[in-house]
Design a protein. Structure first.
Length: 368
């Protein structure tokens, strides 16, 4: 009799437990399952189906450099449509005033009005630059959490004063102001999406207008322009170089990545953008056909150097090497593999002057 009572009691307990499950918890379970379906579908589309999609999107002709550049032009136009830079117009002359914090370099703070916005930055010339001896220009683009002044900061553990090193090597330096905090970039990117533009597109338009004016200075050789960015400045380098032909050489520090995994797949070996509050990094349409190795084909045949530290959690370094090997094939098939290099080093999220400076010297031919 006791066994029967215990069995009945157990059955009643189970019935009560099932009945006690609230409608809200059932609804939430259903919602979680739907989220998992969507996540699985989208991650598969972004990552596993990328190669098939890219094969259909790209039709590269490696028979010559000229043929190659013509063959990727439709993709270049689609990349422009993704960034969709606005059409700013200059609405006044560029002002120049001494930069008090960098007076030892005779640096100037320049401001160019572009209607509702301005393009701003630091402009510095090396000793000996003149109309009779014009020098190459390198754009030194800071990342999130930094300022145009940061690349000049002595003792900085990430930037290693690479802008000062550039000056010592005979380059003029233009260090533009970009929006610097994650919170501000997230906020502004939301507004950009409402009018079908992007913050990187806006910042591209600003630097292009700055170059229009700065390159008129007779102390600069307008045919020798490089771009070196770190972190979010590395993003700018990857994003802008395909669309700005005046940039002849590019150095990307602490950004180049296995882009599909970085954007869409959380992993303990690196920090995916999926698990951090950097909404600004999610550009509509980016991974339809423009993973990093494919974007490199829009930089090719121009020289490109990539820096990545093995302790940099922006990426898992073997995946960076894998993506670089794919990027290098574009140069190899054109017989110009010496124009692309990577330095994977035992360090972190930083620029590398020991390779960056010589690379720019080689390809921009400084005379100092």
């Amino acid at each position: 009799m006791n066994k029967i009572l215990k069995a009945v009691a157990g059955l009643l307990f189970l019935i009560q437990a099932v009945n006690a499950q609230s409608p809200d918890s059932l609804l939430e379970q259903r919602n979680r399952e739907y989220k998992q379906q969507l996540e699985s579908y989208l991650q598969h589309w972004i990552i596993e189906e990328y190669d098939q999609r890219a094969d259909q999107a790209w039709s590269r002709d490696y028979s010559s450099i000229a043929a190659f550049e013509r063959s990727v032009e439709p993709n270049r136009q689609r990349w422009r449509e993704i960034l969709n830079p606005p059409e700013f117009r200059k609405t006044g002359p560029m002002s120049r005033k001494p930069h008090a914090g960098l007076s030892d370099l005779s640096a100037e703070w320049v401001v160019l009005p572009l209607g509702p916005v301005t393009a701003q930055g630091i402009l510095v010339f090396p000793e000996g630059a003149s109309k009779e001896k014009p020098v190459p220009l390198v754009i030194a683009q800071h990342g999130i959490g930094s300022y145009p002044e940061t690349p000049f900061e002595e003792g900085h553990e990430l930037y290693h004063a690479y802008a000062r090193e550039l000056l010592d090597a005979g380059f003029a330096v233009l260090a533009p102001l970009n929006l610097r905090t994650m919170a501000f970039r997230n906020y502004i990117e939301r507004l950009c999406r409402l009018i079908d533009t992007t913050l990187p597109g806006i910042e591209l338009a600003r630097i292009q207008h700055l170059l229009d004016v700065v390159l008129q200075d007779p102390k600069i050789d307008a045919n020798r322009v490089g771009l070196w960015g770190i972190s979010n400045g590395g993003m700018a380098t990857m994003f802008w170089t395909p669309l700005e032909p005046r940039i002849k050489v590019a150095v990307v520090s602490a950004w180049f990545n296995h882009r599909r995994n970085k954007m869409a797949l959380p992993d303990d070996r690196y920090v995916s953008f999926m698990v951090v509050d950097e909404e600004h990094a999610f550009i509509r349409g980016w991974l339809t056909e423009f993973t990093d190795s494919d974007v490199v084909s829009l930089i090719c045949p121009r020289p490109l150097l990539i820096h990545h530290g093995k302790q940099d959690r922006i990426a898992h370094w073997p995946q960076v090497q894998q993506e670089f090997d794919l990027a290098k094939t574009h140069y190899q098939k054109l017989g110009i593999q010496e124009r692309i290099e990577i330095e994977i080093f035992d360090g972190g999220h930083e620029a590398r002057t020991n390779t960056g400076i010589p690379f720019l010297q080689e390809w921009l031919k400084t005379t100092k």
